[in-house]
Design a binder for this molecule. Sequence first.
Ligand code: DC
Length: 246
Amino acid sequence: MTRTPNPDRRQQLVAIDGPVASGKTAVGRALAQRLGWKLFDTGIMYRAATWQALRKGVHLDEEDSVADLIRESKFQLSPQPGTDSVEMDVFVDGDDATPHLRRPEVESGVPTVAAIAGVRVLMVQIQQEQAAQGCMIVVGRDIGTVVLPDAPVKMFLDASEEVRARRRAAEQNGGADEASVLRATRRRDARDRGREASPLTVAADAIRLDTSELTLEEAIDAAETIVRERIPETAEEEATRTTQSR
Ligand code: DC
């Protein structure tokens, strides 16, 4: 059978949401590699916005000032150099923000910036423009609900608080103690789920994948199966599915 890539790139989008350390970015990255797509981790946008506010000396609690600054700033995304990278770099007013996104002050300030409705509106718009290219795994907190409500595949990755705290502690060079990471994870969850603007919620049509008991490899395999079952890879497969669903 001939295998013509499915020409409808809007079909080639996967939305992955979930709380911190649910595995969504690691799973999204591996999926993008397996499918030959790009990974758009939308958290980098909120981190870049936070970095911009900090370097411009705008107080993060001054919502209107932060939103005004972000409106005036130019955000650009570009594929990371290196032939096998699936990730994107983010530039703000021409400067590469990527090396600064995991700094402690960005880490602690980003939930405040991500809760500003005026910032979210701007970020969502950029994310939608970017996703229009298709062939993309889009990862975040509000992708299935707000950014891409029509995405053909939506997944919500989750894991127990304890497992997520253990993963985060391990990420932090094994040096962090689990009890304090668990407290920080709870605080972060409460902020993500409790904020007024686009709280973290599960889209009604999202497939839930609990990764608590899964290895990373198993989670990736499960996610890949979900995607391959739902997204026609070729134009021929798309035509067969359309005929069958009539
Ligand atoms: O996934 P992350 O840790 O890089 O996200 C950074 C922050 O941005 C975190 O507070 C959640 C928030 N975020 C969001 O509100 N909406 C998104 N689509 C992505 C991230």
